[in-house]
Design a protein around this ligand. Structure first.
Ligand code: NAD
Length: 354
């Protein structure tokens, strides 16, 4: 028997189709009336529809969110929000829009209604990663966690296939690392297994039929559960490496997760064989790490850091940054071990069967 503690973070979740029509009601439910609509540029049409439905409640709009939440962008958005006396942010988009909303809420205390359109899962966590001077730092606070999340499956129907694959594997990574976390517990374990099997089932169907809304709903629900795992228990070397590669080398978030995950799993395989066996069963394969690598390959996702634009000579600096702070780990992290993991990920080798 394992002893554990579990902190549940409250949030209101609205899930379904056409749920963006409920946002005005959700703003009123929070007792707010001065809305800033914050959306990724590619979602301008959705932002315009939401803005129209909110009418006079919208006092500001911002469309400049970018990956890894750079401080300069937050400063510009904060200035705009404060000059319009905003009291709630409605953020529509992927993890970049959510990250900016969280950064604003932390600084100015705004309420947040998040409308996620990828599977990053950030909306379910009290965690904020921000980038300043080429370094990404993370902090956690109950003030960062959104009050309300509105999942509208219709908004994910046109998510490009490439982003769908990488973002779903990003969600899977939260689930995988939750299972071997030092803080793992039966609640996050069961959510994590549900995420892994749900994504393994839905993703290949979406590749065949990208507008299949039942499968899109499965991925969006998996994203929510995966984000809940991420927000509840500590993550391992996979997240540390991806965080470093994104924050310090500008690699794209979800594609980096997609490339690194099978190699992080192979790295841990001998230390946590029971966990890997549960993951393999959830994936419906005999080996967990190669199972994820083969799923990504079959779905046309990226398999090497080289193709994401990383240079081989950047590995040394990445190892130095990713080993700079110790944290609980199922296997000791050494520079040599991490170097091998990154070299495999850079080359895109299929992991050896563990
Ligand atoms: P993203 O938000 O940058 O979105 C990727 C691209 O897809 C963008 O160009 C966006 O405009 C576009 N897009 C999003 N939804 C779309 C849709 N439905 N249709 C068409 N295009 C769409 O990327 P992401 O991977 O979702 O998020 C990455 C960011 O989230 C990173 O900054 C990462 O650090 C952060 N993140 C934070 C946490 C956390 O808990 N703090 C968790 C996961 C990710």
């Amino acid at each position: 028997m394992k002893s554990f503690s579990y902190d549940a973070s409250p949030a209101r979740i609205v899930f379904g189709r056409g749920t963006i029509d409920t946002i005005a009601e959700e703003v009123r439910r929070l007792g707010r009336s001065r809305v800033m609509v914050l959306a990724s540029r590619r979602l301008n049409a959705v932002a315009a529809a939401v803005t129209a439905s909110l009418g006079d409640m919208v006092v500001a709009r911002f469309d400049g969110a970018v990956m890894h939440t750079p401080i300069e962008v937050t400063t510009a958005a904060l200035k705009l929000a404060e000059s319009h006396h905003v009291d709630v942010v409605v953020a529509i988009g992927g993890g970049s829009a959510t990250g900016l909303s969280k950064a604003l809420a932390l600084r100015a205390g705004f309420d947040q209604i998040i409308v996620p359109t990828t599977y990053a899962g950030s909306e379910a966590t009290p965690v904020l990663g921000e980038t300043e001077n080429g370094r990404k730092t993370t902090r956690s606070s109950p003030h960062i966690k959104p009050e309300t999340v509105v999942y509208d499956v219709d908004l994910t129907r046109d998510l490009p296939l490439g982003t769908t694959v990488t973002s779903a594997v990003n969600a899977m990574a939260h689930a995988v690392e939750a299972l071997y976390s030092a803080e793992s517990n039966p609640i996050t374990d069961s959510m994590a297994i549900e995420v892994i099997s749900g994504i393994a089932r839905a993703l290949p169907s979406i590749v065949d039929d990208p507008k299949n809304l039942e499968e899109r709903a499965e991925l969006l629900q998996s994203a929510w559960l995966a984000g809940t795992c991420l927000g509840t228990v500590g993550m391992g070397i996979h997240h540390k490496v991806c965080h470093t590669l994104g924050g310090s080398f500008g690699l794209p978030h979800a594609p980096t997760h997609t490339v690194v995950l099978p190699h992080a799993m192979a790295f841990y395989a001998s230390a946590v064989p029971e966990v890997m066996s549960r993951i393999a069963t959830a994936l419906g394969v005999s080996d967990a790490a190669t199972g994820v690598f083969d799923l990504v390959t079959a779905c046309g996702g990226p398999t090497s850091l080289r193709e994401l634009g990383m240079r081989h000579d950047q590995i040394e600096k990445a190892v130095e940054l990713a080993t700079s702070a110790a944290y609980p780990n199922p296997r000791e992290i050494t520079a040599a071990g991490l170097n091998e993991l990154l070299d495999n990920a850079w080359s895109g080798r299929r992991p050896a069967i563990g």
